[in-house]
Design a protein around this ligand. Structure first.
Ligand code: GTP
Ligand code: MG
Length: 213
C-alpha cells in the first residue's frame, strides 16, 4: 500500500471521544516502550507523526491517525508500565479495554512484543483476553534490529509453540524493525487486503454487521 496521506486526527481520553466509527480501524497495542509509536512512524514514512520516547509511558491517550482518507490507525497507551501507581495502571487498562470493546469499526489489533524476549505473561494474558472477548489480533515482533536474525527466528518459533498450547490456530505474525524500516510493508499489505475485503462485502460498521465469516 502506498501511503498518500497520514494525518493526526485527535487524542482521546475515553472511547466516547474517539472519531466517528465510520472507517475501518487498526490499533497498535503492547507493553509500554515496545515500539508502537516508532513503528507507526516508520510505516507512515513520517518521523514524528506519533510521539515516541525512551521513557516508557509516553503515549497516555488514544491517538487516531487518518491514512489515505480511508482508514484509521490508532496508537494506544502501553500496558503493564510498572512505574506508575496501581490506580493509574488500572485506569489505563480500563481505557484500553473499554476502547477495544466499544469500537464497532475496530477490525484488527496488532499486539506488539519485543523480538528479543521469550513470551511474557502479561502479553499472553492479554491475548487470552482478546480470544475470550472475540477480538481479532495479529502479533508484531519489534526491534528485530537489536538481535541476530537467527535469534529472532528462534523467538518466533518459541512464541508459536507457546501459543499452540492454548490456541488451535496461530494469529498472523510479523517481524519488524522501525529503526531499519523492516516488516512494516507486510503489515500494510494485510491492512490493504482487509480493507479490500470489507469494501467488496460492503461492510457498514453502523448496522451491526459482523466481521466474522
Ligand atoms: P509508550 O508510548 O511509552 O507505550 O511506548 P511505545 O511502545 O510507543 O514505544 P516508542 O515507539 O516510544 O519507542 C520506545 C523506544 O524504543 C524509543 O527509544 C525508540 O527509539 C526505541 N525503538 C522503537 N522501535 C525500535 C526499533 O525498531 N529498533 C530500535 N533499535 N529501537 C527502537
Ligand atoms: Mg507510544
Amino acid at each position: 500500500m502506498v501511503i498518500k496521506t497520514a494525518e493526526f486526527l485527535k487524542s482521546s481520553s475515553k472511547w466516547q471521544e474517539c472519531p466517528e466509527p465510520t472507517l475501518p480501524e487498526y490499533a497498535f497495542i503492547g507493553r509500554s516502550n515496545v515500539g508502537k509509536s516508532s513503528l507507526i512512524n516508520a510505516m507512515m514514512n513520517h518521523k514524528d507523526l506519533a510521539k515516541t520516547s525512551q521513557t516508557p509511558g509516553k503515549t497516555q491517550l488514544i491517538n487516531h491517525f487518518l491514512v489515505n482518507e480511508e482508514w484509521y490507525l490508532t496508537d494506544l497507551p502501553g500496558y503493564g508500565y510498572a512505574k506508575v501507581s496501581k490506580v493509574k495502571r488500572k485506569d489505563f487498562e480500563k481505557l484500553i479495554t473499554n476502547y477495544i470493546l466499544n469500537r464497532p469499526n475496530l477490525v484488527n489489533l496488532f499486539i506488539l512484543v519485543d523480538a528479543r524476549h521469550t513470551p511474557q505473561k502479561i502479553d499472553l494474558e492479554f491475548m487470552e483476553w482478546c480470544g475470550e472477548s472475540g477480538v481479532p489480533f495479529s502479533i508484531v515482533f519489534t526491534k528485530a534490529d537489536k538481535i541476530r536474525p537467527g535469534a529472532v527466528d528462534k523467538n518466533v518459533e518459541v512464541y508459536k509453540e507457546e501459543l499452540l498450547k492454548t490456541w488451535e490456530e496461530l494469529p498472523g505474525m510479523y517481524v519488524t524493525s522501525a529503526e531499519k524500516k523492516v516488516g512494516g510493508d507486510e503489515v500494510l499489505k494485510f491492512i490493504s487486503k482487509t480493507n479490500d475485503y470489507l469494501k467488496k462485502n460492503k461492510v457498514n460498521f453502523n448496522d451491526g454487521h459482523s466481521l466474522e465469516g
